[in-house]
Design a protein around this ligand. Structure first.
Ligand SMILES: *[C@@H]1O[C@H](CO)[C@@H](O)[C@H](O)[C@H]1NC(C)=O
Ligand SMILES: *[C@@H]1O[C@H](CO)[C@@H](O)[C@H](O)[C@H]1NC(C)=O
Ligand SMILES: *[C@@H]1O[C@H](CO)[C@@H](O)[C@H](O)[C@H]1NC(C)=O
Ligand SMILES: *[C@@H]1O[C@H](CO)[C@@H](O)[C@H](O)[C@H]1NC(C)=O
Ligand SMILES: *[C@@H]1O[C@H](CO)[C@@H](O)[C@H](O)[C@H]1NC(C)=O
Length: 368
């Protein structure tokens, strides 16, 4: 009971005398600014009662005095401050390093109350000429190392690195200098390709420079897309690809013999039997000076069946065709007998033999 009574008493005394002692105007944290920039000081809790006099001071120097209908700014500040009587906000621009310090706001209300509050400003030098210096030589995966160093002037409190918009973290191969101003990557991997950003910061300002790195690699995973077995007389295209930076260039060999084809696609307009063979694509990377090959076997066939040369069926057909021709010339008409004997000689099924015979006969009819 005693405690509670004395607490109420204290609170009452504070609220009664508070207005004579000066109540607190709160500011949200100290402010930072950059040379040449601007800053606004505004209390979070401006008094709601009618104001009589408002004063802003820097240390012991008066900046301005305002009454409801007039604001007087001292000459030293006249061209770089403005004041808003409703929010009590003071804006200060063309900031200089010596603007750093304590800013104090005093308000006298018409009722005779006094409110005071203060906040602080720290002005930082601008950060300028930030740039990144990267390796000049071409970088090869697994072989090269890369140093990226940064430069910049001004009041630099921290240096931060990003790669492709994500923070860059140290690893076995990525090492930061103790002041974070340079990064060394050794050896480089293809995943190190990308856009590097380095940000120089102080509490008021930041400045970022960028640099992109390309890591060369490959060729690898060479592959050839295209058919393995094709009919006689059709177009064929074999297409070679490789994983490579920069893009690989291609050369084609057939059966170990160079061709003059240097595009990724080898095309044959119209296949004949001599087009069968081993097609070898060599992918060449002119930066890594590496090459890699892939082989593809192409087989050109009659009707897509049978062996490499003429099938026994085709030979049988030719023989039967010749017999048919002879029969025609000699006036023999016992065709089924001829076919039957050819079928036996070549050990073919009746159907196959008849088909070949019919085909050859058709060609001969057209010729006539
Ligand atoms: C990278 O920097 C380190 C340490 O400063 C140095 O030893 C190395 O030779 C540099 N590498 C390149 C490629 O410049
Ligand atoms: C260097 O960078 C790391 C990670 O970005 C950070 O934690 C560290 O504080 C920085 N050090 C300096 C001196 O800037
Ligand atoms: C490749 O060799 C095979 C077998 O020796 C041959 O049949 C084919 O005609 C050759 N291909 C070319 C295009 O020289
Ligand atoms: C690699 O070839 C490309 C185009 O074929 C050319 O622009 C580039 O300069 C070459 N690079 C080297 C290192 O030879
Ligand atoms: C591929 O590389 C080997 C070894 O470096 C070289 O002898 C060969 O000529 C290269 N082939 C091509 C097509 O560049």
């Amino acid at each position: 009971m005693m405690v509670s009574d004395s607490l109420y008493c204290t609170l009452w005394m504070l609220s009664f005398f508070g207005q004579y002692l000066g109540e607190d105007l709160q500011f949200s944290g100290p402010a930072n600014g950059a040379v040449g920039g601007s800053v606004v000081f505004a209390p979070d809790n401006p008094p709601s009662t009618t104001l009589n006099i408002v004063q802003w001071q820097f240390g012991t120097t008066l900046i301005l005095t305002a009454q409801s209908d007039s604001t007087t700014i001292v000459p030293e500040y006249s061209d770089r401050v403005s004041f808003d009587i409703n929010t009590l906000a003071l804006e200060l621009w063309d900031l200089r390093l010596d603007d750093s310090g304590i800013y104090r706001l005093t308000v006298l209300t018409s009722a005779g109350g006094q409110f005071t509050g203060e906040t602080s400003l720290q002005v930082f030098e601008r950060i300028t000429n930030v740039r990144l210096i990267g390796p000049e030589e071409l970088l090869i995966e697994g072989e090269s190392s890369a140093n990226i160093s940064s430069e910049g002037t001004g009041n630099i409190i921290s240096v931060q690195w990003m790669k492709d918009n994500s923070p860059l973290s140290p690893s076995n191969s990525i090492i930061f200098s103790s002041d974070n101003r340079s990064v060394s990557i050794s050896p480089v991997q293809r995943s190190d390709s990308g856009e590097y950003q380095c940000t120089y910061r102080n509490p008021a300002i930041s400045e970022t420079a960028q640099l992109s790195l390309i890591i060369n690699y490959g060729p690898e995973e060479v592959s050839i897309k295209g058919e393995d077995v094709v009919d006689l007389g059709v177009p064929v295209s074999l297409s070679c690809s490789a994983n490579s930076e920069p893009a690989a260039s291609f050369r084609w060999k057939i059966n170990e013999t160079d061709t003059d084809v240097t595009t990724d696609t080898f095309t044959i307009d119209y296949t004949d039997f001599t087009h069968s063979g081993d097609y070898i694509c060599t992918a060449w990377n002119n930066v890594t000076k590496r090459n890699a090959t892939q082989q593809h076997t192409l087989l050109v066939k009659v009707g897509g069946r049978g062996g490499g040369g003429l099938s026994s069926g085709a030979i049988a057909g030719i023989v039967i065709g010749v017999l048919v021709a002879v029969a025609g010339i000699c006036g023999l008409t016992h065709l089924s007998y001829i076919i039957h004997s050819a079928q036996k000689d070549f050990n073919l099924s009746h159907i196959t033999a008849q088909r070949h015979a019919a085909k050859i006969k058709r060609y001969m009819d057209i010729d006539r």
